[in-house]
Design a protein around this ligand. Sequence first.
Ligand code: UD1
Length: 362
Amino acid sequence: MKEKSKKFKYFTYIRSKFDYIMKKILVTGGTGFIGSHTVVELINAGYEVVIADNLSNSKTGSLEGIEQITGVKAPFERVDLCDKVAFEALLKKHRSINAVIHFAAFKAVGESVEQPLKYYHNNLTSLINLLDLMPQYGIENIVFSSSCTVYGQPEQLPVTEQSPIQPATSPYGQTKQISETIIRDVVAASDRIKSIALRYFNPIGAHASALIGELPVGTPNNLMPFITQTAIGIREQLNVFGNDYNTPDGSCIRDYIHVVDLAKAHVTAVSRLMENRNKKPFEIFNLGTGTGVSVLELITTFEKVTGVKLNYRIVGRRAGDTEQVWADTSFANNELGWKTLSTLEETLLSAWNWEKRINNNG
Ligand code: UD1
């Protein structure tokens, strides 16, 4: 009997070590911009990663980049998470997943206004399928990609996690708010599922190797890829949407965060959940630098660090734009134990190096 208990203890000990080494994380949307950088950081931190993506807004080139950077070929499944049968087949194939980081979603604000159902269907169905399947496959932890868009135009800056949620200005923003609500309700109803929602400010930049980065399909909606594409000559001119805002130089202010810093926050968040270090079953963190930068400041800094003059002009405001928003990062810094490391200059240079490399110009 004594022998048996000794053996059992030894077995439990070995299994706990094995579990630690083999922690397996499903990254949905893992070939995309933030997803691919997070996969790299997870692998670097010693996690096993399974990537799921339907490639609707990304290419398999990022898989090669991930492999070149890490030396690890993470298994990739081309799956549309709205297809529950296919999603379940993935979970059957890749057993014993410990956590999911759920990036997979559409994110173009303007398109969401034109095609709201596309956004509600994709962003919500995939999440509901995931939450529905998680308990059946023993998955208890989910990190969710949320956005500072939930704060709208905050009355007080910087924005803390307690700042009131404002009515969404687009169906895209609405899906982020609804998704957070769905997760909150599911977590409350379950005694096992735990979640962290990460509210991103404006992720930009690329991996220092320039092997992965942002690869917008068609004309970019976001400022950073528009800047780099203008600088390299793909776009003739950059339009600055408004210089009559109530800000020091009249252009909008955002909190631009290096995507690698953002990716590292996901490693911290997912390990917090898996190691039960979370204080509440559903936690929310702002992920930003804590510094607001205007569109015109971003352009000037880009020109300074790259030595490239940008052809830009001031045009009218873009409908639905928030005037200014930046993060209070103290909760993420103190409670999550994470902070950004990159300067704005390094961040902009990394975006430029990536643009040059993908155009075989670097
Ligand atoms: C928006 C969403 C954010 C979402 C992100 C991802 C809102 C309020 N924000 O961020 O939630 O996660 O898109 O797609 O819904 N700009 C120009 N010229 C350009 C492009 C942009 O001047 O060609 C300006 C914009 O007016 C804005 C700033 O640059 O002031 C940043 O814009 P963008 O990169 O599109 O991000 P957000 O609108 O902040």
